[in-house]
Design a protein around this ligand. Structure first.
Ligand code: SAH
Length: 361
């Protein structure tokens, strides 16, 4: 593939990542190239079981096939630029993509295991007024293989500590439903028993509310956890916080969520960021309770994380608890998100897609 490198006029060839192929696609590739389909499973074992990064190391694969693969694919296209560990054990990775852009991935430590937060786009075009990821707009979508590579690279770092990535949250930079097809491929690859085999129930996808994709996602038949960034109990307030509410207004969003729950039988999570003085009053908690009454759902309250370019302030602790109590009083399941990785800017909404060229300027 010929392409231009970000920010320069240089043209270079780049081979797509083999991580972008589902097992079925790799089997088809084998057949098309006169090979036996079982080779695909063997290769998956090398890629995701042994996590090798060179075709040459695939010792049970005939040399001719290894050469053919190396002519058409690379394995990983990510280069680790920075790896930081926070006081609480949270790790943040800055990866460079083949075209010079860079993305961030975070690994969080919980008592129930290690959870990786992956990025799906370089930047974001949704424009939420509180989020750092959208500040520079959208540069490009990630390919499935670039999302898979984040998990493999972090797993390789954990291999050194004999630990594993137990769960995935698709909550890094970008709007996953704005890059839908690659997202679905990514989910199939990491979920596959011959791949990284991360159980669907250990994977969560979060969206700002692209309604047509919610209907589509309901038909995928995957047992993936699903979260909606709600942030406001009324459509007027939601529009102020999230411009996407103009195209996909709250009443229609709730209709889509209801359809999703009915179709899948699964509980959804609503993320509700508490922005001081904006949406964090008891009155809002009452409105939110009324909106969600009777729905099979869970609310995750996220105290706002500081973003220098944004003006939002934190809700005082007592008020956060009062908000939580109000929801509980109405029988709504609610938790307050534990904050991690503050000292390395790895918390929700603080990730930013930096172009390396800009960083070094
Ligand atoms: N684009 C997807 C995935 C991002 S998930 C989505 O909107 O759902 C990250 C979560 O953190 C979202 O709920 C997002 O709205 C929230 N968030 C963004 N900026 C934040 C901030 N400054 N403080 C707290 N939460 C924030």
């Amino acid at each position: 593939m010929l392409e231009k490198t970000a920010g320069s006029n240089e043209t270079k060839t780049y081979l797509p990542s083999i991580y972008s192929l589902t097992l079925e696609q790799l089997q088809d590739w084998m057949v098309e190239h006169g090979e036996k389909p079982f080779r695909a499973t063997q290769i998956y074992e090398w890629l995701y079981g042994k996590r090798i990064i060179s075709f040459e190391d695939m010792t049970n694969i005939p040399k001719s096939l290894r050469e053919k693969l190396a002519e058409q694919f690379t394995i990983t296209t990510l280069k680790t630029l920075v790896q930081q560990t926070s006081k609480d054990g949270t790790m943040k990775f800055l990866f460079e993509l083949h075209d010079g852009y860079s993305i961030e991935t975070v690994l969080m430590r919980h008592d129930y295991g290690n959870s990786i937060c992956v990025t799906t786009q370089v930047g974001c075009r949704i424009g939420c007024t509180f989020c750092a990821s959208t500040l520079g707009g959208l540069k490009r979508h990630l390919e499935a293989g670039e999302i898979v590579a984040q998990v493999v690279n972090v797993q390789k770092a954990l291999d050194e500590q004999n630990e594993r990535v137990d769960s995935i949250v698709v909550m890094g930079i970008g709007e996953p439903f704005d890059n839908y097809d690659e997202l679905i491929k990514f989910l199939k690859i990491v979920n596959h028993p011959k791949g990284l085999h991360i159980g669907a129930r250990h994977i969560t996808v979060s969206t700002s509310g692209i309604i047509p994709k919610i209907y589509q996602f309901a038909e995928e038949g995957m047992q993936i956890n699903f979260a909606i960034s709600l942030h406001a109990p009324t459509t007027e307030l939601r529009t102020k916080l999230m411009p996407i509410n103009k195209a996909y207004p709250l009443p229609k969003l709730m209709e889509a969520v209801r359809y999703y729950i009915e179709k899948t039988g699964r509980r959804v999570t609503f993320e509700y960021g508490l922005f001081g003085g904006v949406n964090d009053q008891i009155e809002h908690a009452e409105q939110l309770s009324a909106l969600l009454k009777g729905l099979k759902c869970h609310v995750n309250l996220i105290p706002v994380n500081y973003v220098p370019e944004r003006n939002y302030v934190r809700t005082p602790r007592e008020q956060i608890f009062a908000f939580e109590r109000t929801l509980k009083k109405h029988g709504i399941n609610v938790t307050i998100r534990r904050e991690q990785g503050h000292d390395i800017d790895a918390a929700c909404g603080q990730l930013r897609a930096k172009e390396r060229k800009e960083e070094t300027r």
